[in-house]
Design a protein around this ligand. Structure first.
Ligand code: ACO
Length: 324
């Protein structure tokens, strides 16, 4: 059967690193408070000329180089982002143009922090159906551009960045225990929670982008249950358990959410990939950035069983289980 196998990984971060100490000079906060509540020590913030399309493009080029492919080899680009350069055209078509790729299809997916898992799941449907052959899936966000920099309860949490993978349709024997590629994915949403984590504006209402607002405690209260639900969905669909995972690569929102989810799922802490300390919460970029980090360090290797999961605004949440 046709499965979507990862053949390339890349990432890109803005040039500027901002530490907790630097933030503490602008808002009433401290390194101690931020580290204790979130595990975040620093984040990268986009500067002049750095946008979702430039960061996404850099991650895409790195993934193509890693795969030994060119844009001619792709026929699908999916960009998960909540912070597009423009209301339209999509960031995906802008990156397509910058790659000088004049064929195939490119579109954006908006599922906030779950966007990358949504993108992987959608790409997998295209590839496993046989309609497309190679998909570039990018997760990118520049949430710093819609933060309220006077609100210490949100501005300390987020960072900017981009990560990308290339998925290739490959014929596999159809053995769930040994096949490479995306083995299952599970997407969920519940729009009743919209106001708990949202932007205060948009093109069709205020005509502005608004700023990010969040009921942090409510997000926290729902996160662990939602995350574990979709991971259990993946176990149910495949027969795998936490013991079978080689790596658990969660959305990097907050160290406490990650640790609680892993503990509830009975996942050995040594299998959990953590990058929130250095990147902050980069929304749709956090999982591919974490993948690129672990892969770049030689930790994730061919044959590894990797669980991706995320939860974010909407609320949206989802999981994708793949063999590298
Ligand atoms: N520095 C110092 N003090 C702060 C800061 C800050 N940056 N932010 C809030 N405080 C203060 C509050 O004002 C409050 O003070 P008070 O007791 O005098 O009123 C105190 O710290 C405690 O505030 P809480 O909101 O109760 O803090 P809490 O322990 O809930 O931690 C946090 C806040 C970190 C946001 C937590 O709720 C959380 O992690 N929520 C999950 C949110 C999240 O990760 N969202 C990411 C987007 S969604 C996603 O990606 C899954």
């Amino acid at each position: 059967m046709m499965r979507s196998v990862v053949v390339g990984v890349g990432s890109a971060l803005p040039a500027r690193v901002v530490t907790n100490e630097e933030l503490a000079q602008k808002v009433d906060t401290s390194d101690e408070w931020i580290v204790q509540r979130t595990g975040i020590r620093q984040r990268y913030l986009a500067g002049e000329g750095e946008t979702s399309s430039t960061l996404g493009l850099a991650a895409a080029i790195a993934a193509l180089e890693d795969a030994g492919l060119t844009p001619d080899d792709l026929d699908l680009i999916i960009v998960a982002t909540t912070t597009p350069d423009l209301t339209f055209p999509s960031t995906a078509t802008q990156i397509q143009a910058k790659l000088e790729m004049f064929h195939g299809a490119a579109f954006d997916v908006q599922a906030v922090c779950s966007g990358f898992v949504y993108g992987v799941s959608i790409a997998d449907k295209f590839l496993s159906s046989g309609s497309h052959r190679r998909a570039l899936v990018i997760g990118v966000d520049t949430l710093s551009r819609i933060l309220n920099w006077e609100d210490r309860t949100t501005c300390v949490l987020f960072g900017d960045g981009a990560g990308a993978i290339i998925l290739e349709a490959q014929e596999q024997p159809g053995e769930i225990k040994t096949d490479r590629g995306v083995l299952t994915s599970h997407l969920r949403s519940d729009g009743r929670h919209g106001p708990r984590l949202c932007a205060t504006g948009g093109p069709s209402t205020t005509g502005t982008v608004g700023v990010l607002t969040m009921e942090g405690k409510e997000v926290f209260r729902h996160a662990v249950g939602m995350i574990t639900d979709v991971v259990y969905d993946a176990y149910k669909a495949t027969g795998f358990t936490s013991d079978d995972l080689t790596w658990f690569v969660p959305h990097q929102a907050n160290r406490r959410i990650i640790d609680s989810s892993a503990q509830k799922l009975g996942i050995d802490p040594a299998k959990v990939v953590i990058t929130v300390d250095r990147h902050g919460n980069t929304s749709a970029a956090s999982i591919p950035l974490a993948l690129a980090t672990a892969y770049g360090e030689g930790r994730i290797k061919q044959g590894d069983l990797v669980m991706l999961e995320a939860m974010g605004g909407g609320f949206t949440w989802g999981s994708a289980l793949l063999r590298w």
